[in-house]
Design a binder for this molecule. Structure first.
Ligand code: 8YV
Length: 329
């Protein structure tokens, strides 16, 4: 151990390029087995570390920070950072960063893919074929919902929502409506060909509703029984954001009763566990949190997280900070 080089913990198995870059600056402690650590194991491995390259499965809150007083910086390899207690980090003088931009386009591609798979019943059709049930063509077999020229509702109109809107409007001739904390400026709205509406109108008008908003306590179960009841029975719901935004039990009931046609889910409240109520349904497409999963994008995310640690060490400044902690005494 070189006493002059700060220690960095990498909580999950990452790419060799990332280890190499970090290894030029830090004493590394990594996780080549890719074990998923309990909170106590995370605390144990964080002892004496200056920084951590974390992922969205690593909860870093007041209890972790109190137990790891030497920790100065958390580089989260995700654009979402609901796994971090930002208030506690700020109070403890710990800097934190996320990975915006690098994942926008591939996540938007996946949003469209999941919407198409769900509305056009692609995975259901594949299961049907593989089960040997396809023995004749039928005019009414596996009929799905139109995607082109339909109305796409987007809840949360950040970078990913905008990239999805551009694809939907220009590639699929969809009408795009959105709801966001604040409306986009006129030029961005024009580029996305999108119109800002109330949440109630979004729910009522959307043929397909895509969720891409950040997960905060305020939007826990933002889509619950009351919201699902306002949607068209023919509608599709796609969640790319975080599982906790949707009340999954209410969703399973709506899908089961025919109150909602179909759902595409890449994220789950208790992931990697998925509710049996959802697994039992054929009108749900389920994917294991892979919206950003291309090699180029995941490598870009990991390198950006690594570069944040390097920049913080060399200049005391993160590249993509998400808090502004008071200087430590
Ligand atoms: C990541 C994501 O793959 O960036 C996010 O917020 O949800 C995904 O792109 C995942 O969170 C890795 O930590």
């Amino acid at each position: 151990m070189n006493a002059l080089r700060p220690g960095v913990l990498i909580t999950r198995r990452l790419f060799p390029e990332v280890l190499q870059r970090l290894g030029e600056h830090f004493e590394l402690r990594d996780n080549p087995q890719d074990a998923v650590w309990s909170p106590a194991e995370l605390i144990e491995r964080l002892q004496g570390q200056w920084g951590v390259l974390a992922t969205q499965g690593d909860r870093i809150d007041a209890s972790v920070l109190a137990a790891c007083p030497q920790l100065r910086v958390v580089a989260n390899m995700a654009v979402g950072y609901n796994n971090l207690d930002l208030g506690a980090l700020t109070r403890h003088g710990v800097q934190a960063s996320n990975t915006p931009d690098v994942l926008t386009e591939s996540t938007a591609d996946f949003g469209l893919a999941l919407l198409l798979a769900t509305a056009r019943r692609i995975t259901e059709g594949e299961r049907y074929l593989r089960a040997g049930r396809w023995n004749k063509w039928a005019a009414d077999m596996l009929l799905g919902a139109e995607v082109h020229h339909s109305t796409l509702g987007i809840l949360g109109m950040g970078r990913i929502g905008q990239a999805i809107a551009r694809r939907a409007a220009h590639g699929f001739s969809m009408q795009v409506i959105y709801h966001n904390r604040s409306p986009l400026d006129a030029a961005t709205e024009r580029a996305c060909a999108a119109r800002c509406v109330s949440k109630a109108e979004l729910l009522r008008q959307a043929d397909h509703l895509l969720l891409v908003l950040p997960y905060t306590p305020a939007n826990h179960h933002a889509i619950g029984a009351a919201e699902l009841a306002q949607m068209k029975p023919s509608a599709t719901l796609v969640n790319l954001a975080r599982g906790g935004i949707v009340d999954e039990l209410a969703l399973a009931q709506a899908l089961q009763s025919g109150q909602l046609a179909a759902a595409g889910l890449d994220v789950f409240e208790g992931e990697p566990q998925v509710r049996p109520e959802l697994l039992a349904l054929s009108n749900v497409v389920l994917t294991p949190h892979i919206a950003s999963a291309t090699r180029g994008t995941r490598l870009g995310m990991a390198l950006l997280a690594a570069d944040n640690l390097v920049a913080c060490h060399q200049r005391g400044q993160l590249l993509t900070p998400i808090n502004a902690p008071l200087p430590r005494k």
